[in-house]
Design a protein around this ligand. Structure first.
Ligand code: HMG
Length: 388
């Protein structure tokens, strides 16, 4: 029985800031951001956008079968409630039926992969069902911090089923977990704390561990892969991981893997860190942009969530996968975003839902998108779905 990703879609806020402008405002050489970090633009989420609205917008682009949908699994580390799963708001906004299992999963940026693997196992146990997987996040480190250039926002949604029309997931995951303190976010703040350089070293160490073990268990080598995809907190991070294993490939394959990586990084360069969704945005970017992919090609995926968990697994393209892609619409969505000045970005960044019981009204001037967080009343979030 083949199980995998049948459909994939993404959403990101309607606003962005240009990172060369941000570098200038911070008195930093722009090449540090665009070359050293490998980011060109960064999504900016107004307070009317959160993981619920972004996740709902991404999922609304999928064709769900209400009779088959049995699981909604949301991976996030920007949760809006310490108790209630954001999946339930999403379920209502999307008009999904009640006979589902609806949960939220957390392990930093690994949460999206945890949701995907949960969905794969669910479908293996219930082959007549499909699962909706959503990875949604808003990455915030704070103005003028060293992490600022690695912020971002958005969501990726996927349908997992048997006989997938896009990607077949292999049952070959290798996962590794270890308690380390490289990045975390205490419950009283919406801004992450990071030991920046240490986190990059741990990312590379975890990749080395799972990649070596994957090869030992599966018997596969780098020669078996058409592309290697990475969690992209910023695109240079993935490039460093790729370079770690490139010497194992022939010169011709090194060029092919490097070109595939650049294609996979195109969307992330314009959106920034999606945390749980980043690996899947790089998958979408590769599928949308690589003209030389064929059915049967094997892709390797490395997921990393600080704290930390790393996982490497593979997936193969299935015949007819091209029909499931919407590259032109995805690019159009990125191109249609409004560019903010640094001053506007800073104002939007500062206007946020309070971490406290006070009522809050989101500024209608920044309303954009099909789903909106209107505000918070009596400590309850008020969402609205607009008709298209
Ligand atoms: P930093 O100290 O500002 O930057 O922090 P740097 O001094 O390390 O420089 C970055 C790169 O720019 C270096 O290249 C410089 O040489 C280069 P590298 O040596 O790395 O190849 N550079 C230039 N290049 C061209 N022209 C120039 C120039 N100047 C310098 N003029 C850091 C960077 C990423 C650490 C910081 O932004 C940060 O702390 N970010 C947040 C943490 C993070 O993203 N960690 C990634 C690994 S952990 C992870 O992926 C998990 C995560 O997604 C969270 C989760 O799981 O939930 C973060």
């Amino acid at each position: 029985m083949t199980i995998g990703i049948d459909q994939i879609a993404f959403d990101t806020p309607a606003f962005y800031v240009d990172l060369r402008e941000l570098a200038a405002a911070r008195d930093i050489a722009p090449d540090k951001f665009t070359i050293g970090i490998g980011q060109d633009q960064q999504a900016v989420a107004p307070s009317s956008q959160d993981i619920v609205t972004l996740g709902a917008a991404a999922a609304s682009r999928l064709q769900l079968d209400p009779k088959r949908l049995g699981l909604i699994a949301l991976g996030t580390e920007s949760g809006v409630d310490a108790s209630k799963a954001a999946t339930l708001y999403l379920q209502r906004l999307l008009g999904l039926g009640p006979w589902v299992r609806a949960v939220e999963l957390k392990e930093a940026c690994y949460g999206g992969t945890a949701a995907l693997m949960m969905a794969r196992d669910y479908v293996a146990a219930h082959p007549d069902r499909q699962a909706l997987v959503i990875a949604a996040d808003i990455a915030r480190y704070g103005l003028a911090t060293s992490g600022e250039v690695t912020q971002g926002a958005g969501a990726v949604a996927m349908v997992v089923s048997i006989a997938p029309r896009l990607l077949a997931l292999a049952d070959d995951s290798v996962h590794y977990a270890e308690d380390i303190q490289d990045f975390w976010r205490p419950v009283y703040t919406d801004q992450a704390l990071a030991r920046g350089k240490y986190s990059t070293e741990q990312y590379l160490r975890f990749f080395d561990l799972v990649w070596r073990r994957y090869q030992a268990i599966s018997g596969r080598t780098i020669a078996d892969f058409k592309a290697l995809l990475f969690h992209l907190p910023y695109t240079k991070m993935g490039l460093k991981a790729l370079r770690q294993v490139l010497p194992e490939a022939t010169a011709a394959q090194q060029a092919e893997l490097t070109a595939a990586f650049e294609t996979s990084a195109r969307y992330s360069r314009r959106v920034g860190n999606l945390y749980t969704g980043s690996l899947y945005l790089s998958l979408l970017s590769l599928l949308d942009g690589a003209a030389n992919l064929q059915a049967g090609d094997r892709l390797g995926l490395f997921s990393y969530g600080s704290g930390a968990v790393g996982e490497f697994f593979s997936a193969t393209l299935v015949p007819g996968f091209e029909a499931q892609l919407t590259a032109a619409a995805n690019l159009a969505r990125l191109d249609a975003r409004r560019r903010l000045s640094v001053a506007e970005y800073e104002a939007v960044f500062a206007d946020k839902v309070p971490y406290g019981p006070a009522a809050y009204q989101a500024n209608p001037a920044w309303f954009a998108g099909r789903f909106l967080l209107i505000g918070v009343q009596n400590q309850e979030r008020q969402y609205q779905a607009l008709t298209e």
